[in-house]
Structure formats: structure tokens, C-alpha cells
Design a protein around this ligand. Structure first.
Ligand code: PMP
Length: 492
């Protein structure tokens, strides 16, 4: 049976090859048929974790609002996204989390992707307790930071060296400062719908807006994402639509020589999960270099997720600088900037240096976690990625079948470690504009709320994405599909 499925998969792959599709597309198509069939078998078992009342979540949320704005520390966690208020979580283990009322959920959000090893991985718990017992942090040189850096530079193809920060935001902030110092230019280009953290100049056109307000592709209307940012900050920011080479070329013709950098996410992860068109990223890199600007790949979401060396390994890219966060720290706050010494050496102390300070940089506890995390990810020739891909592809194939069976107009975009569902009549969402126009985000929210009632933990924000960690199992996929089948009936 399996070999027959594989043969059909190979057949699809060969057809794609004949059509001159890219290698990732070929491999993906080759595997899809196999997963579709495997998932059909998984779906025969019904396992739904029904959740009880969430009385204590409600009470706690009321209480938290007395002292915290919106009862949380980031709007994405409060009532702006969860209705009528958040599920308040108390405990996590492996792929599971438990709320204050003792309800159990399979967690597919995984701390926005930070928890690549799931919750409370025994090796991480062990490293944390051993390290902290001897002091959490010294803000002084430690072996731990070099041990983390050695593993990092071994895995990330373009990392001759690395500088650790505390968050992804700090990493992209530092990357821009380095790019400006290196090129002697001030402006930079970002893409519509890409999120690079909350540093002032990046807060432009990051949120969705009604499609009719977006303006022409080659001169998009500009929407600051936040109050409190001087308008002059945005004078240095050029905005372009993503996945559209023609528009980019035209925009660059006007301002390319003024740019310090073009920054892009390799896979758009802040409008769900939007894949680059074949060859697009390499072309963006070539265009940046044509204008002597740096190509910054923001791998905060994709780093250590698609491959040990992130999307630069997966797509074979050579960014001048790349930024990391999330999965790098396996649940601990960290970011990183990687690149060649010619650029990173600009941080070396002296006249004309690029300043980067931080009490918590190279935090000892976090550095020990990174070393353990990267050892786990790299072990046995990174065998764990095969498992992540199999589980993710099964979930994707199963969800597609459910939507097909229930005649729900929805697509599941992405592959392996990360994906997103869009309720839409379109075949694909290619960019921010498609997302603003065609993704029914209200329906998505209803679907996720229906899943939350059935023991699946996920954020109801369509702008985020489903994450597969090393802790997920095929049984978790089974639970997801059974719950999704019921939730699908709710929203049909
Ligand atoms: N870049 C990207 C692509 C991100 O998705 C994020 C966070 N979602 C950041 C940067 C900022 O990272 P952090 O939240 O750790 O500051």
C-alpha cells in the first residue's frame, strides 16, 4: 500500500519536474499524495477533547484587567483576538497545554513558533535547572555564549559570526543599523504586510486594510501601524508589494541607489503563511545587489524551522544579513543577527562602531538553552525535521480533505513545519493585497473558536500560522482532524 502511494507521489513529482517547477515544488507535490492517503486513514478514528466551561479563565481575565492593559502584555493575546476573552493557560507539557479550569488542548500555536521543542522538553528543563542553580546571568563573558554561537554558526550557512539580542525586534533593529553603517545610506525597502518587530521604521503597512484603500501597487498608500512615531521616520522607508518582481523593479528604478537594504521575510508569516513565487527571493537578492544595497532575510519565524539552517538553507539563498528569534530560544527570549565578518565586525569597539549594548545580551540561561536546543535539532543529521514535515504535511492534507468533503471554500497554505488556513474562493493567497481582499478572517476566527471548544489551542488571528514542533505526534493530528471536522460543521 505504502509503496503504491509513494509511486503515485513520484509520478506527480515527475510531472511537476517536466513542467519545470522548482525543486521544492517537485518534492512537495511528490509527497502530497502520500500524505493525503495517510491522513485518510488517520481520520477514521474520532478523538475530540471537549473543553468544559472556562469559568476560572474568565475570572482571572477580569482580575488581570485591573492592573494590565487589556489584561495581557500584547494585544494579540487579549479580547481583541479571543472572544469574549482569552483562554488563560496554566501548564504545558509536550504538545499539550492546560487552562485554569483543567481543560487540555493540543497546542498548535506553540508560542508563535518559539516552542520548537514543545513545552517542558526534558533536556531543556534539565539544562535550565542545572544552569540557573549556578547563577542565571553575569553580564560578563561566559563559555555558554561561545557554545551557543559555535552551534549557531555551524548550522546557519551564511553565519560567519553571530550577535545575540533578546528579541527578534532587537535583531531586525540591529540589522538595519548595520546595513546603514555598511552602505552609508539611510533609506530601506520593506514589503507590504511584512512584520519585522515593533521598531519605529518597520511599523508601516504591517496591518491589513480594506482592499480599496491600498492604492497603486507601484506606489502603495502608506499606513503607519502605530501612533507615537514621528512621520519623518517613515521618510526613509520605501514600501513595495511582495511577490511582484515587476512592481519591485519599477520602484527600485526610482530609489534603488538610495537604499541601504531590502528586508524581507522568506515566507510571509504575518499574513498567515504565504509562499514566495519560484525564484522570487533570489531575484530580490540580485536586485538589492544590483543597487549595492544589502539583502536582509528576516528569519525570525523561519529560522531553524524549515531546515537547521532556516530558509536560507531551504531555498539556497545568501543574504548579507539574516535575523533570528523564536525557535532559536526554544521558549526563551532571544534574537540574533548573522552574517559575514566584513559587516558584523562593524560592532567592534572603537571609532565609527555600530553600537549594540544590552544588559541581557548573551543571557547565560538562554545561551545554555540554545546550545541544548541546537544539539537536539542537529542530532542524527537533523532527523527530527523529517518527523516535523511528515506530521505537518499530514495535518495539511487532512484539513484540505475536510474542507473538500464539507464543501467549505477554504485553502490550506504552506508545508511541513508551518501552515495557515484561509477561508476564500481563491486558489492561493499570494500577497498582502490578496489577504486583505480575499481572506475571510471573521470566518477563520469562528472556526478557531469552535476548535478551542474541542481541545485545539490556536490563536483566532488569521495573520498568524499553525506550527508543528518536535513534540507533536500523528495522534495530535488525529485529534486535530476530528475536531476540525466537527468545527467545520459548526461554521459551514
Ligand atoms: N520578524 C518577524 C518576521 C516576526 O514574525 C517577528 C515576531 N512575530 C519579529 C521579527 C519580532 O520578533 P519579537 O516578537 O521576538 O520581537
Amino acid at each position: 500500500m505504502r509503496s503504491k502511494l509513494r509511486l503515485e507521489g513520484y509520478r506527480r513529482g515527475i510531472i511537476a519536474l517536466a513542467k519545470a517547477e522548482s525543486l521544492p515544488t517537485v518534492l512537495f507535490l511528490a509527497s502530497t499524495h502520500y500524505y493525503e492517503n495517510m491522513t485518510m486513514r488517520l481520520m477514521t478514528t474520532k478523538t475530540v477533547l471537549n473543553t468544559k466551561e472556562r469559568q476560572r479563565s474568565r475570572e482571572w481575565y477580569e482580575r488581570a484587567q485591573q492592573s494590565l492593559i487589556e489584561g495581557v502584555n500584547s494585544p494579540s493575546r487579549g479580547a481583541a483576538v479571543y472572544s469574549p476573552g482569552p483562554v488563560v493557560l496554566e501548564r504545558g507539557h509536550g504538545s499539550r497545554v492546560w487552562d485554569l479550569d483543567g481543560n487540555e488542548y493540543v497546542d498548535f500555536m506553540m508560542s508563535f513558533g518559539a516552542l520548537i521543542q514543545g513545552h517542558a522538553h526534558p533536556k531543556i528543563v534539565d539544562v535550565v535547572s542545572q544552569t540557573v542553580a549556578k547563577g542565571s546571568h553575569f553580564a560578563a563573558a561566559t563559555p555558554a555564549e561561545a557554545e551557543a554561537a559555535e552551534r549557531f554558526t555551524r548550522l546557519v550557512p551564511t553565519a560567519e559570526a553571530v550577535r545575540f539580542t533578546n528579541t527578534g525586534t532587537e535583531a531586525t533593529m540591529l540589522a538595519l543599523r548595520l546595513a546603514r553603517a555598511h552602505t552609508g545610506r539611510t533609506k530601506f525597502l520593506k514589503f507590504e504586510g511584512h512584520y519585522h518587530g515593533w521598531y519605529d521604521p518597520y511599523c508601516l503597512n504591517g496591518h491589513s486594510h480594506p482592499a480599496e484603500e491600498l492604492g497603486p501597487r507601484e506606489n502603495p498608500n502608506r499606513f503607519p501601524d502605530s501612533e507615537g512615531i514621528p512621520a519623518s521616520v517613515f521618510d526613509d522607508v520605501v514600501v513595495a508589494p511582495w511577490n511582484d518582481l515587476e512592481a519591485l523593479e519599477n520602484i527600485l528604478r526610482k530609489c534603488g541607489r538610495e537604499l541601504a537594504a531590502i528586508i524581507t521575510e522568506p515566507i510571509m508569516a504575518n499574513m498567515g503563511c504565504i509562499l514566495p513565487r519560484d525564484g522570487y527571493l533570489q531575484k530580490v537578492c540580485d536586485l538589492a545587489h544590483h543597487y549595492d544595497a544589502l539583502f536582509i532575510l528576516d528569519e525570525v519565524v523561519t529560522g531553524f524551522r524549515y531546515a537547521p539552517g532556516g530558509c536560507q538553507e531551504y531555498f539556497g539563498l545568501k543574504p548579507d544579513l539574516s535575523t533570528f528569534g523564536k525557535a532559536l530560544g526554544a521558549g526563551f527570549p532571544v534574537g540574533a543577527v548573522a552574517g559575514p565578518r566584513t559587516i558584523l565586525e562593524r560592532m567592534r569597539w572603537g571609532n565609527n562602531m555600530v553600537l549594540h549594548y544590552g544588559t541581557f545580551n548573551g543571557h547565560r540561561l538562554t545561551m545554555s538553552v540554545i546550545a541544548a536546543n541546537l544539539d537536539l535539532l542537529g542530532a542524527n543529521e537533523a532527523a527530527v525535521y523529517k518527523q516535523i514535515y511528515e506530521i505537518g504535511n499530514s495535518a495539511i492534507a487532512g484539513l484540505r480533505q475536510i474542507f473538500h468533503k464539507r464543501k467549505i471554500a477554504a485553502i490550506v497554505q504552506g508545508f511541513g513545519p508551518m501552515f495557515q488556513i484561509y477561508f476564500t474562493n481563491r486558489d492561493a493567497i499570494h500577497d498582502y493585497r490578496d489577504y486583505c481582499q480575499y481572506a475571510n478572517t471573521e470566518k477563520y476566527s469562528r472556526f478557531i473558536h469552535a476548535l478551542l471548544e474541542r481541545g485545539i489551542y490556536m490563536t483566532p488571528s488569521n495573520g498568524l500560522h499553525w506550527i508543528i514542533s518536535t513534540a507533536h505526534t500523528m495522534h495530535d493530528v488525529e485529534i486535530l482532524l476530528a475536531a476540525a471536522d466537527e468545527a467545520g460543521a459548526d461554521i459551514a
